[in-house]
Ligand binder design. Structure first.
Ligand SMILES: [Zn+2]
Length: 134
């Protein structure tokens, strides 16, 4: 496995900003779909979640099971988790093996929580979530 260098503060700032704007877009999309499908109550919740903390986002995600926003909700969950790792200083560190994930992979997939080797291992064994969409 390649032993990658730590993220520079510029790289971390850039990825943090990209994750934040991705979150905004996902919230916007989810809100839009829910409003269109008559789920104003959830649409309002999404609006509030944009300004409130992760706890309200998490509560919202438990409630929203609409198939058409499911993909967005799953990705939003990854985004919120990535922001949590940024907050605790564990961003860019593989959750399985503890290796640094590396800027090239994070640049392609900012919410990556595993290094490439662990991700491939996980996909080989068959239990993995939705593929990255970036
Ligand atoms: Zn790993």
């Amino acid at each position: 496995m390649v032993n990658t260098v730590p993220l520079s503060s510029d790289q971390l700032a850039e990825l943090t900003a990209r994750i934040a704007s991705r979150k905004e877009r996902l919230l916007e999309e989810i809100r839009h779909v829910l409003a269109r499908s008559g789920n104003e109550r959830y649409a309002d919740l999404v609006g509030e979640a944009g300004d409130a903390g992760d706890a309200s986002v998490a509560a919202l995600l438990r409630d929203v099971a609409e198939a058409e926003v499911r993909r967005d909700v799953l990705e939003l969950r990854d985004v919120v988790a990535a922001q949590g790792r940024i907050g605790t200083g564990r961003f860019g560190v593989c959750i399985d093996c503890g290796a640094r994930i590396g800027y090239p992979r994070l640049a392609a997939y900012p919410t990556a929580k595993r290094c490439l080797a662990c991700q491939q291992e996980r996909e080989k064994t068959g239990h993995y979530g939705p593929r990255p969409t970036l």
